[in-house]
Design a protein around this ligand. Structure first.
Ligand code: FE
Length: 227
């Protein structure tokens, strides 16, 4: 097993049993959680290899793809294109998988994705109450807090409270729509384009878009807040 795979398995073990992390510091605190999940993954992998059902090299390729080639920067490029190209945004809203594929982003775990657009009267929030379904094609692997029982249950019971904990205050006259992802249908939020970005290029806009804004737990930061 190479170091990349070991890193992946270490990360898998760290994510097991974690609660709803509130900050990077808290996530860091939990890195010493017992490695039950990692052990299960290793046992499963070695059995499958032993039975000739999988190739370790193929697994490494798959892991490398999701660690380095698929991630929220893809989603950010989709959002930026939607902001600068109304016709593209319309295609994205009508048929997200095809519009996303136009930019060259295709992979599993995202074949059926719906794009939902924030506006001054509606804020969209995405959760998977059952497990951790997430649009891998555009957002990569889900963050630890997205998989936590606390987020999964509270996002539907008290979405405004959860949003406040992420530092996102939604005015009372703005409707919060919560979208419950499934293995069949996943969601990406198109955040509102921030004021003051009128003269930015598509690339500059993409650099502004955050993962959390595309899940809906955050609003877009103003350009000045981003380095
Ligand atoms: Fe799920």
């Amino acid at each position: 097993m190479d170091s990349t795979r070991r890193t992946f398995l270490t990360a898998a073990s760290a994510s097991a049993g974690q609660g709803m992390a509130q900050s990077p510091d808290r996530e860091h605190e939990h890195q010493s959680v017992p490695s039950d999940a990692a052990l299960r993954v290793r046992a499963l992998e070695s059995l499958l290899v032993e039975k000739g059902l999988i190739e370790p090299a193929a697994l490494d390729l798959l892991v490398d793809r999701f660690e380095h080639k698929v991630g929220p920067r893809n989603g950010a490029r989709v959002v930026a294109r939607a902001w600068v190209d109304p016709a593209y945004k319309q295609r994205l809203l009508v048929d997200a998988p095809s519009a996303i594929a136009e930019l060259g982003f295709t992979s599993g775990q995202g074949e059926h994705t719906l794009a939902v657009e924030n506006n001054p009267k509606v804020h969209n929030l995405v959760v998977c109450t059952l497990c951790s379904c997430y649009p891998w094609t555009v957002l990569g692997l889900p963050p630890i807090w997205y998989k936590s029982a606390a987020y999964r249950s509270r996002a539907v019971i008290d979405p405004r409270g959860v949003l406040r904990e992420f530092g996102t205050k939604i005015d009372e006259d703005v409707e919060v729509r919560v979208w419950d992802s499934t293995a069949e249908l996943r969601y990406i939020v198109i955040p509102e384009r921030p004021a003051g970005t009128e003269n930015m290029s598509e690339e500059e806009l993409a650099a502004l878009v955050t993962r959390d804004a595309m899940v809906g737990v955050s609003r877009m930061p103003s350009p000045g807040a981003k380095v």
